[in-house]
Design a protein around this ligand. Structure first.
Ligand code: PRT
Ligand code: MG
Length: 213
């Protein structure tokens, strides 16, 4: 019986490696240098698959992967159907924020009840946030580089992730609202958890012990 773990390249892969090591799993290839999408590990019964960050919940939901690691941002957009989310791994931490141009008076636009154009990759999250505030918005779906949108007049505001704040600063933007603290979660296919319980549960226990508080 094989256990398949879905990860994305970059920060999630890097920050998940120590947790895998704690569970006795070592990757035998590096996805940054290898072009392979299925990576072997030191354990014959465990393999890693490399997918886009936003595709991790889909692979796990359909059982193509048994386990995955995905940001709360991605999980909120996906909806989480069919996924068991036992652990906050406390990695790849950042904040979901509303940001605008330095020279845009967001507070008074909101006070005046202006209709705001908001560009984001996180349409569900943004819709829920502004609906709860009673702010009317036109949402514009983007797939990346949201920071550009207010600079060229595509939108008044963006909803995006911020970690150091350097990207906002470099583009003369400012964060005006905090929507949520984000970290990555372990997700497990619910059927796999039952059918492969003897293999999966010890991994979950090892991850839980290795999580940094
Ligand atoms: O790149 P791709 O389109 O394949 O997908 P992705 O961008 O979703 O993947 P990736 O690997 O970049 O991010 C994976 C996960 O890392 C996200 O789903 C988040 O949960 C988490 N994470 C943590 C972040 C950041 N920090 C982060 N800073 N994801 C993205 N960013 C981006 C942000 O969107 C902004 O453009 O970094 C920029 C801001 O960073 P600072 O440091 O300049 O503030
Ligand atoms: Mg990215």
């Amino acid at each position: 019986m094989t256990i398949t773990i879905a990860l994305s390249k970059g920060r999630i892969f890097e920050e998940t490696l120590p947790l895998l090591n704690a569970a006795g799993i070592t990757a035998l290839e590096d996805p940054e240098s290898s072009r392979k999408l299925i990576l072997t590990t030191n354990r014959a019964d465990v393999r890693l698959i490399i997918v886009r960050a936003s595709d991790v919940p889909t692979y796990v939901q359909y059982g193509a992967a048994d386990i995955g690691v995905a940001g709360k941002d991605v999980l909120d957009e996906h909806g989480g159907t069919g996924l068991y989310q036992p652990l906050d791994l406390n990695i790849a931490r950042c904040r979901m924020m509303v940001a605008v141009r330095d020279d845009f008076d967001y507070e008074s636009a909101v006070r005046q009840g202006a209709r705001l154009r908001v560009a984001t990759k996180y349409v569900q999250t943004a819709r829920a946030h502004f609906a709860a505030k009673g702010v009317h918005v036109d949402l514009i779906k983007l797939y990346g580089s949201m920071e550009l949108a207010p600079l060229v007049g595509l939108s008044d505001a963006i909803v995006d992730l911020v970690s150091s704040g350097n990207t906002l600063k470099a583009n003369h933007l400012k964060a005006v609202e905090h929507i949520a603290d984000i970290s990555s979660r372990l997700v497990v296919n619910q059927a796999a958890l039952k059918l492969k319980h003897d293999a999966i549960q010890p991994m979950l226990d090892a991850f839980a012990l290795a999580i940094k508080k």
